[in-house]
Design a protein around this ligand. Sequence first.
Ligand SMILES: [Zn+2]
Ligand SMILES: [Zn+2]
Length: 163
Amino acid sequence: MRLNIKELLRGDGVLPFSCELDPEGLDYPSILRYESPLRAQGSVRSSAGLITLTGEVRVSLRCLCDRCGREYERESAEALDTVLATEHQDEEDPDVFLVQDDCVDLDEIITTAFVLGLDSKTLCRPDCKGVCPRCGHNLNDGPCTCRPEADSPFAVLGQLLED
Ligand SMILES: [Zn+2]
Ligand SMILES: [Zn+2]
């Protein structure tokens, strides 16, 4: 969705927004499917010549754990916090978006925030134990039977080191 912010370009003010975005094309190996559209809401604020956009984007995901391969549900919520510029000052700054024809491209801002938030969050739980390299048993369900060395003091030491 493109949001017209012409009024804010003339002077101080606040313009709230809310929109939904079809996640079609946002394909990532860790995301099995989207259980909801990307839902964003927030506001654009103009104050003393600076135009900022703040808000939040939420989406329900069905994910695949990077470590144990188990499916899990995840509610993703990422903050939107960007500066809107009428001229491109720095191409490299990911937090600055350009206003074109009095409009901001909300879809681009929402997608960027969501994608940046994806990194390092593809575990079914923060302390996921993964799978046994020998039998493939999901160690979140408890230890498997193919670890006889667990009785030796060295294995205990190894576990302490792992932790
Ligand atoms: Zn896992
Ligand atoms: Zn095993």
